[in-house]
Write a protein that binds this ligand. Structure first.
Ligand code: ATP
Ligand code: MG
Length: 347
């Protein structure tokens, strides 16, 4: 939590608080990567920032248009994940992207400030296009989703964006759009944003092939059952050359150690395990047993809080409705400012 720790410690009043905005695609339940990469930072930002969390259902549709009902169902699941990890709806506004027309409006405007060549150069989008096997049939919405993210960030005038490192190219693209718009208007209509990265800004998936992602089947959900956690730990990628316990093993690129670094509160113990593993004499099963313990301990309270909240479906629905109503005011006013600054007619 290095970046979050460096935020001002003294709570400030709403009027002077900087704005933080981030969100999650409504493609599946949140996982350990979200927790280590962004959710812990978001919980800390509640003390220092005016924070908005956006459930990105429109962005989810850019690769899940074949199953829109799933996207609809996921919205409430993600609200439950937020509440279970300690997001407080009285201090953080939780809102639904598709119910905020100003975001679609700003996206349409910004699309004229970005070239197709620039969109095709975005490294995260390039990687995701490859992983999804779109070939030449890339949905136009998918290619353009960084522009819709620029709309999301700027519609709240956010300056802090707590994200994983896969999102850095999106913030860069957002700031390019902001600079173009401000130049065009001859005034600083919108602020630039910066990423707030955590120490675990790219948690690998359990198979070790890339980042943990909802859509890659390599995730441990925050709501996973104790059995599902143990099963995932057993299947986890370690060092394929570490066959017998007495063999020296590799720690770099070994998923079990990446997770221990991110979640084990006992850093000295992890350092000792790494040492013994590197030297030889420590079996995968011993390290995995420790990780299983650590993850069971970390996820039990989250799962229990989530279960209690899920018993009343009016809770997530109410939180989302209330937050979306607030966000509609804020984003509507910003979109109006942008139209005015551009010299467009307002009615
Ligand atoms: P999808 O596969 O649908 O894209 P995802 O798992 O990548 O889902 P997103 O909704 O795209 O999750 O990302 C939400 C936020 O969580 C972003 O800020 C992203 O950077 C962060 N995040 C996602 N996966 C990880 C990870 N493995 N490690 C750290 N941060 C992550
Ligand atoms: Mg993603």
């Amino acid at each position: 939590m290095t970046n979050a720790d460096s935020m001002p410690a003294i709570p400030t009043t709403d009027a002077v608080r900087p704005v933080a905005l981030t969100g999650d695609r409504a493609t599946g339940p949140l996982h350990l990567g979200h927790y280590a990469g962004s959710l812990r930072t978001r919980v800390a930002l509640q003390d220092t920032h005016r924070q908005y969390l956006l459930i990105a259902d429109m962005q989810a549709l850019t690769d899940t248009m074949h199953d829109p009902a799933k996207v609809g169902r996921m919205a409430d699941e993600i609200v439950l994940d937020y509440l279970a990890v300690g997001i407080d709806p009285d201090r953080t506004t939780i809102c639904l992207q598709s119910a905020l027309p100003a975001l679609a409006e700003l996206t349409m405007l910004y699309l004229n400030l970005v070239s197709v060549a620039r969109l095709e150069r975005n490294p995260t989008v390039k990687e995701e296009i490859g992983l999804r096997g779109f070939g030449r049939a890339v949905p136009a919405g998918f290619l353009c989703y960084p522009v819709s993210q620029a709309a999301d960030i700027t519609a709240f005038r956010a300056t802090a964006v707590p994200v994983g490192s896969d999102q850095l190219p999106m913030i860069e693209q957002t700031n390019e759009i902001v600079r173009s718009l401000n130049r065009l208007c001859g005034t600083a209509v919108l602020p630039e944003a910066r990423a707030v990265l955590s120490g675990a800004a790219r948690l690998p998936g359990i198979d070790g092939t890339g980042k943990m992602s909802k859509s890659r089947g390599n995730a441990i959900a925050l709501s996973a059952s104790p059995d599902a956690i143990s099963q995932a730990v057993r299947a986890m990628f370690t060092d394929p050359a570490h066959i017998r316990a007495e063999d020296p093993g590799r720690v770099d690129g070994n998923v079990v150690f990446s997770y221990l670094d991110a979640f084990d509160p006992d850093a000295d113990l992890v350092a000792d395990l790494k040492d013994r593993y590197r030297r030889g004499g420590l079996g995968d099963s011993t390290v995995k047993r420790r990780l299983d313990e650590v993850l069971q301990e970390a996820l039990r309270p989250i799962r229990e809080r989530r279960k209690a909240l899920a018993a009343d479906p009016a809770i997530p629905a109410g939180v989302l409705a209330r937050g979306t109503q607030d966000a509609r005011q804020v984003t509507g006013a910003v979109a109006r400012d942008v139209r005015r600054a551009l010299g467009l007619r307002l009615t």
